[in-house]
Design a protein around this ligand. Structure first.
Ligand code: BG6
Length: 482
């Protein structure tokens, strides 16, 4: 049987999409709190991303109509986590990926002392997870930099943010290290290049010079911060492990036309840049040259290179939802995917949001990453966003979701059989939550249905979908009965 006995089956959520309670216990505003739900946008418009300006951010934060900003309410996980953890435990979860908002401990990011209420909250939550036999897997930064830092100085563009983040991480490790042994630095760290505001607190119209340069500067600061907090974790919690996290944007050449292959290769070079730095300890030469040709300089300071080389990740985690293709043809038909707009693959089906479903791609991703780095891997996001219907008898029949996971698990198991060292799998998301890109509730991912619509109406009651029982069986049989 290929999957090891200690394989960590579970699910993944992010605080900004589930917690709500955005002003409770002293929490400061985060960039996620200004993301409005916009009805009637097409999937391509969603994929084009919000173009933030200082004016639009200030207007949104001054808007007291919380109903327009779904991430302010989430699914009330902040209060309902005991009930939700119990449901996850019922499915047999061995792990749960969560994140800790920086602003729950340091409301603006700049305070010198953390909020006790925030510390108490997460200590209680992690204790409860341990009691239920659920290993916490915790992301330090998942798309929620402090809004104050974004407005003050474009957050991660500023080098001083590194120290502030280190202060936050120090509190996390000293207060929660007793319970949490698996950590991730930045969710989809490469995301800062595609959505600078959400990921890095960068407001494009306030950036001096080119936005491209600002994004790579911020990314470099995140790399340095990641290495510094990895060193800190090793000092404060020696039995813990730190992972990096990549958006696995698997891209195939659209045809065997050599130009398509070359364009895909360039894309891939930049895709792997982040993991090369975080897991390999250095910027790869060809990627640096590609950046130079783009007019981008990496703002190295004395000691950065040594730091990056010394404190690399213990394991590589990644999200995988869809693949796409690359073509140099101007007429190529495009379709959205996770944070990208790629070229359509004629061999694949897509969801209503245009994301192309590709289970074999998961195996390809696992093998490519393992072959390149030889480090343990962890699939920390994978799942299917669909509209679900709650029937009058409180059921949700979601055979499409079961089919999606079944096909992906079969490929995952095959990759392990081929020799990949895989620590675990956490589905995105085990419970319906607010979509990151669209702020919709109706783009549902969970095994658990949450009674809430896009406008925030509903009881917030939880219901087990058909996939809930199916996933419980998969975990109980360690993937032998799909
Ligand atoms: C990943 C993010 O990119 O994709 C998650 O890390 C996000 O936060 C997930 O929710 C799915 O994307 P979406 O836009 O459908 O919520």
């Amino acid at each position: 049987m290929p999957l090891p006995d200690h394989f960590l089956w579970g699910g993944a959520v992010a605080a900004n999409q589930v917690e709500g309670a955005w002003r409770e216990d002293g929490r400061g505003p985060a960039v996620s709190d200004v993301a409005a739900y916009k009805p009637h946008l097409s999937p391509t418009e969603y994929a084009a991303f919000h173009t933030w300006t200082r004016e639009s951010v200030e207007k949104a934060i001054a808007d007291t109509d919380d109903s327009r900003y779904p991430k302010r309410r989430g699914i009330d996980f902040y209060h309902r986590y005991p009930e939700d953890l119990a449901l996850f435990a019922e499915m047999g979860f061995r792990t749960l990926r969560v994140s800790i908002p920086w602003t729950r401990l340091f409301p603006t990011g700049e305070e010198t002392e953390p909020l006790r209420a925030g510390i108490d909250h997460y200590r209680a939550m992690f204790r409860e997870m341990r009691r239920l036999g659920i290993e916490p897997l915790v992301t330090l930064s998942h798309y929620d930099p402090p809004l104050h830092l974004a407005l003050k100085n474009n957050c991660w563009v500023e080098r001083s943010t590194i120290e502030l983040f280190e202060r936050f991480a120090r509190v996390c490790f000293s207060e929660f290290g007793e319970y949490v042994k698996l950590w991730l630095t930045f969710n989809e760290i490469d995301g800062i290049l595609r959505h600078p505001f959400t990921s890095g607190g960068i407001i494009p119209d306030t950036v001096e010079g080119s936005l491209d340069q600002a994004c790579y500067t911020a990314l470099h600061h995140q790399f340095v911060a990641g290495a510094r907090v990895t060193a800190l974790l090793r000092e404060l919690v020696p039995d813990a492990r730190m992972g990096c996290m990549l958006t696995m944007l698997l891209t195939y050449p659209n045809t065997c036309r050599p130009e398509d292959v070359a364009a895909t290769q360039l894309k891939e070079r930049l895709l792997y840049l982040c993991t090369d730095v975080q897991a390999g300890g250095a910027y790869p030469r060809l990627a640096l040259r590609a950046l130079e040709r783009q007019g981008v300089t990496v703002p190295f300071q004395d000691g950065d290179e040594e730091l990056l080389a010394a404190h690399t990740a213990d394991f590589i985690s990644f999200s995988y939802y869809n693949s796409s293709t690359e073509s140099v043809s101007p007429d190529a038909e495009r379709t959205p995917g996770n944070t990208i707009l790629g070229v359509k693959n004629p061999y694949l089906d897509s969801t209503e949001w245009g994301w192309q479903i590709d289970p074999v791609g998961l195996r390809i991703a696992l093998i490519s990453l393992y072959d390149r780095y030889g480090l343990p891997l962890f699939i920390v996001e994978n799942g299917l966003g669909m509209r679900d219907e709650l029937t009058a008898d409180g059921k949700v029949h979601d055979p499409y979701r079961i089919e999606y996971f079944r096909a992906h698990f079969a490929q995952m198991i095959q990759a392990v059989d081929e020799g990949v060292d895989l620590m675990g799998y956490t589905s995105w998301a085990p419970i319906d939550l607010i979509s990151s890109s669209t702020s919709q509730m109706s783009k549902r991912y969970g095994f658990i249905y949450v009674d809430q619509d896009d406008e925030g109406n509903g009881s917030l009651n939880r219901y087990r979908k058909d996939s809930f029982d199916w996933y419980r069986k998969v975990i109980a049989t360690n993937g032998t009965d799909l």
